[in-house]
Design a binder for this molecule. Sequence first.
Ligand code: NOJ
Length: 593
Amino acid sequence: MRLVLQLTLLPILAIALLLGACKQATQKTDQSRAKTSARTSGEPWWKEAVVYQIYPRSFKDSNGDGVGDLQGIISKLDYVKSLGIDMVWLNPIYASPNKDNGYDISDYQNIMKEFGTMQDFDALLKGFHDREIKVFMDLVVNHCSSEHAWFKSARSSRNSPYYKYFHWWPAEKGKPPYRWSIFDEKGDAWEYNKATNSYYLHYFADAQPDLNWENPQLRQEIYKMMRFWLDKGIDGFRLDAIAFCSKDTTWQPLPAEYNGQWGMYYASGPYLHDYMQEMNREVLSKYNVATVAEAMGDVERVMKFVDPDRKELNMAYYFEAIDFGYLPNEYKMPNPKGYDFVAWKKIYAKWTEAFSKKGWGTIYLANHDQPRMLTRWGNDSPEFRDAASKMLSTFILSMRGTAFYYYGDEIGMSNIKFDKVEEYNDIELLTNYAQVKAKGGDLKRFLEGMKISSRDNGRTPMQWENSENGGFGAGKPWLKVNPNYTSVNVAAQEKDPKSVLNYFRKMVQLRKKERTLIYGDFTLVDAENPSIFAYTRSLEGRTILVLLNFKAVEAKVNIDGLDLSKAKVLLGNYPDAKAINQLKPYEALVLSL
Ligand code: NOJ
């Protein structure tokens, strides 16, 4: 009898001990996180954070192989700290054959060879945490790499235990229903696989097969992998292309209502939010961490991810403003007439208003999928580059929403503007170039447009100093360094108190000091003004007026009803800034009223 009792109690005891150990481990990593999250407002830390995005491939190369790496970032930890930022988002650093620079992962629990080792990662995480900087990782789980062990097994036989980790269309049923692929020359998201006599689905390149989220076993694998990183102590995830993860596996012909709007269709999978809630329940809710969703679609769709009542994710990246100003039905082809500035301001006003009621947004003007903000939204001519860079930094750091700031923008890096297709590396550009070519399109016009909008413009190596390769590293960089590194570099700007870099630091400090800039209500001022983006931020009786001239000529703003007579200049990007409503080219003024 005693023996039976012991036998039944033993497993219970073991489970209890295991649970205790897990809880302790989670508490331990949470303690290391808590150190970096002491806030006084009672609001979650991520609302107040300034995020600095590092593209590891391009930040600093420590071993001269031409590719940035983790030791390179470690050597720049003090620089990153000096910016005053609170959190770093690292683009993917996992093992990858790099068809899409790390967004094709072949092993989620290992580090990319060129970037270093797991020991390097642990040292990097500690280095950031010791400096009270949090670390976000990219979570790329809509798809993996065709080199991932799961896919290699799946593609070998329909009997593979991993076959159901992917989406397949058996060839005996004929051709699969058309789906569009973003990085496929033929634009076809189904790729035939001979060994299984079936087609697999890839919304991105054929080397990026989509994972089958409809399979609960696959979802558990993903959650396990997330716990692996969270237990190491990372502070959260940016969820790549997450809106695409759920698919309608009845594979109906595309509903007419989407009319070529692939992003919208792909972001409307039937179980998308069930999966997000499950992920929250099973993983995220157990840790003191935060998440940001790469969320496609309109306000209603995006809001679902971040409405706190739904218990899914925390912050949303949205695309309406950043994708503005391109010609319809063409790949990122800038409208030669420029963009409608008044309409652009209203997009920000609309999203900001939505997030003031519920959820929480982000503000950014660049990332690894965008060109440099200075070229696209400012002015990179020698005459205006300083003022325009500072003005754009003022915008990002004075809006409502968590600020996401891209490496290199703090010194005013600009587009490299490649002349030849051979100079590019990016799969997105190369796919689109091939498509234009196949159709007999105007390749010259295409390449001209790409000088403004292509992703590689935003991926050139960081410009540290005026020495070979801009101080990025000793070897030939994987992507050309912008030749303007001789004048646009960190070392030069460190010495100059009026530099773009030092202005950025001041603006970060101002945002931290002024709760109004974080939580204050946002109101657009002189909405129809064709040159100036003007708005107030108001909280608990304090009002801050932000005036930003987005044009290369002087402009006046109608501040109707607002009294400037006692206004104080908190920050301005011209010397001797005055609280007036007439702005110099690219002038930025932050005024307390
Ligand atoms: C979005 C990422 O930001 C982009 O760089 C990547 O190419 C696609 N998702 C596919 O992962």
